[in-house]
Design a protein around this ligand. Structure first.
Ligand code: SF4
Length: 327
């Protein structure tokens, strides 16, 4: 018996990187043990900030491929594309009627977006949290895994559910609970900013071993360690943070000691990490290449997921339309 239904969505950003994996995907995989999982590629959300849609389809495919290779199991979990379930757009409209505009424009995330794209403050951008609420409640979600910084978003969804149920005097929509997960902040190869494709400081999961090695060799280390003979400080070095995830305990201990007394140089330390990373990613890459031989299979999985998600969504919408009193 599973403990309930989990929902999570992510924008179609194409090939996933280490930050995506450590921050979300590995948690998605683990949650499948205990929950019915619904994982959505939120292509409609992406349109709020997207300048062109040329790569949208390919990015959706690449992301789904990475999810599957990482261990999402389409036989049990529902993996689908947001726009394939039209009911989400309908529910978004109904929820928007119980959402005060000021509440949306006051959200710090909205203000941040205005700063980021002052020339494209579109209506969809304002309503983004409402669409997110619709995504979550459409599937009668019990649990949403969130990092602590996303907790306000989920609280918004919970308030929207309460407003809807209060407005129409029905307990149709379920208030989802948060499952706060410790999301490690994965720093990019620049050693400063969060790993991100747009900053080009990322390491792709599907990169070749050589490409991975090259990216690792570019990683910024302890900035105080100028010469090979200078002792380093692993506590401020991103390479060491990555060793902690991908290397053996004996290697972590060795780097921790030897770095501090200049017993190991950064080049050798990075080579060791690159080797370990490549070894760790080998099974993932083999599965990915195998699945990629039959792209139709990926689309079939996404289409099938869309049908299963639509069936749940339509059931919810029957209750929603009834609660509203639509003729
Ligand atoms: S030896 Fe390793 S842990 Fe130490 S500063 Fe260099 S890369 Fe970082």
């Amino acid at each position: 018996m599973k403990k309930g239904r989990v929902f999570s969505g992510a924008r179609p950003t194409g090939r996933q990187h280490l930050g995506n994996y450590l921050g979300a995907i590995q948690n998605y995989v683990a949650l499948q043990e205990d929950y019915d999982c619904v994982y959505c590629i939120v292509d409609v959300h992406a349109l709020t900030t997207m300048e062109d849609t040329l790569n949208l389809k390919q990015n959706t495919y690449e992301m789904a491929l990475d999810w599957l290779a990482a261990g999402l199991r389409p036989q049990e979990s529902i993996i689908f594309i947001q726009s394939h379930v039209k009911q989400v757009l309908e529910l978004h409209t109904y929820l928007s009627m119980v959402t005060p505009l000021g509440k949306l424009t006051d959200l710090p995330t909205f203000k941040e977006k205005i700063r980021q794209q002052p020339n494209n403050v579109n209506y969809g951008l304002v309503g983004y949290p409402v669409l997110m609420a619709a995504d979550i409640v459409l599937y009668k979600t019990d649990i949403v895994p969130v990092g602590i910084d996303q907790a306000p978003h989920l609280e918004f969804t919970r308030e929207t559910v309460r407003s809807f149920n209060h407005q129409y005097g029905a307990q149709v929509l379920i208030e989802p609970q948060m499952k706060v997960t410790t999301v490690p902040k994965v720093i990019g190869i620049d050693g400063v900013q969060k790993m991100s494709k747009s900053l080009n400081n990322h390491i792709e999961l599907a990169a070749t071993p050589d490409e991975t090695r090259q990216r690792v060799m570019q990683m910024v280390t302890d900035p105080q360690r100028i010469r090979r003979s200078d002792p380093g400080n692993p506590d401020v070095c991103n390479v060491f943070s990555m060793h902690k995830v991908f290397s053996s305990q004996a290697e972590i201990d060795m780097v921790n000691i030897e770095c501090r007394r200049a017993g190991i140089g950064c080049v050798d330390c990075k080579k060791l990490f690159a080797n370990n990373l490549n070894t760790n990613l080998e099974p993932f890459r083999a599965r990915r290449n195998k699945i990629d031989e039959t792209p139709d299979l990926v689309w079939d999985i996404l289409n099938d997921g869309g049908k299963r998600a639509s069936a749940i969504a339509e059931q919810t919408m029957i209750e929603v339309r009834q609660a509203i009193g639509l003729p």
